[in-house]
Design a protein around this ligand. Structure first.
Ligand SMILES: [Zn+2]
Length: 235
C-alpha cells in the first residue's frame, strides 16, 4: 500500500514555514511515499520539490492550492500556475486543460482568512459534465483544520457525492504536522494514486488531531523564525 499526503505547504506559500528539502526529509521520515506540495497560488516550491524528490526517496506530485472565486481548490499533476479568482467551474476547466485533476480541500471550513468551497459550489461542479471529470476528490480529513467541526461537515458532503473520492491530508504549514492526515492507496507510485482517485479506492488515515491553540501557536513561532527564508524565495 502507498501512503500519500496531498496537501502540504512550503515557504513558497505566503503562510508556509518549511523549506522544500526539509519537507521532503520529514515526509520520508514519517513514512509517506507520495506527497503533493500545494502552495497558495504558487508552483515554484512544488517544482523544486519535484526535482529534489529522487534524492530523498520519495515521489512528488506537482501542484498548487488555487484561490478560486468560490474558495480554495487543490490542483494536482499540473506544472504551471493557474490563474486565481476564476469561478470554480472555470478553474476546473483550466486545470483540465493543463492536464491536472482537483480535490476540494477543507470544504465548508472557516478560519483565519481561509475561504472554502460551499456545498452549492461543489454540487454545481458535480452537475457539470466536463468539470465533474476534473474534480475527483474531496478532503474529508484535514488534520490541521482550526474549525473542529469542518471534518464532520466534509464527511457529510462526501456522503452526498459518492463520485468524489475521499482523501485525508495534513494541510501542513509546519514540518511537525506533515503526515498527520494521509491517504492510503493500492500500489506505490503516484500513477497508482491517480487510478485510485479515479475509481474511489482510497482509505483516509487520521493521525493525531492537535488542538487549534497548539497548531496556531506552533505555526506562529515557525512563521516568525522562517521570515528571512520566506522573503528570500517570494518575489
Ligand atoms: Zn492549504
Amino acid at each position: 500500500m502507498g501512503l500519500a499526503d496531498l496537501h502540504i505547504h512550503t515557504i513558497y506559500s505566503y503562510d508556509g514555514t518549511a523549506p522544500v528539502a526539509a519537507v521532503l526529509d520529514r515526509a520520508k521520515a514519517v513514512g509517506l511515499n507520495v506527497i503533493a506540495i500545494t502552495d497558495h497560488d504558487e508552483i515554484k516550491g512544488s517544482l523544486k520539490a519535484f526535482d529534489l524528490a529522487p534524492r530523498f526517496g520519495i515521489e512528488v506530485i506537482p501542484g498548487l492550492e488555487i484561490t478560486t472565486a468560490e474558495g480554495d481548490l487543490l490542483a494536482l499533476f499540473v506544472t504551471e500556475k493557474i490563474e486565481p479568482n476564476l469561478s470554480l467551474i472555470g478553474t476546473l476547466m483550466e486545470v483540465g486543460e493543463a492536464g491536472g485533476i482537483c480535490i476540494a480541500p477543507h470544504p465548508m471550513a472557516r478560519g483565519m482568512g481561509m475561504k472554502s468551497l460551499s456545498r452549492a459550489s461543489i454540487a454545481r461542479a458535480m452537475e457539470h459534465p466536463e468539470a465533474s471529470r476534473i474534480l475527483l476528490g474531496i478532503e474529508t480529513y484535514n488534520a490541521t483544520a482550526l474549525d473542529r467541526e469542518s471534518n464532520v461537515h466534509a464527511q457529510a458532503l462526501a456522503d452526498e457525492h459518492p463520485d468524489l473520492t475521499q482523501v485525508g491530508s495534513s494541510d501542513a504549514h509546519t514540518l511537525q504536522t506533515i503526515g498527520l492526515g494521509a491517504t492510503e492507496f493500492l500500489g506505490y507510485p503516484a500513477a497508482n494514486l491517480l487510478d485510485a482517485l479515479w475509481i474511489g479506492a482510497t482509505e483516509v488515515r487520521r493521525g493525531a488531531q492537535l488542538g487549534s491553540a497548539r497548531i496556531l501557536g506552533s505555526w506562529a513561532l515557525n512563521y516568525v523564525l522562517s521570515t528571512p527564508a520566506r522573503a528570500a524565495v517570494i518575489d
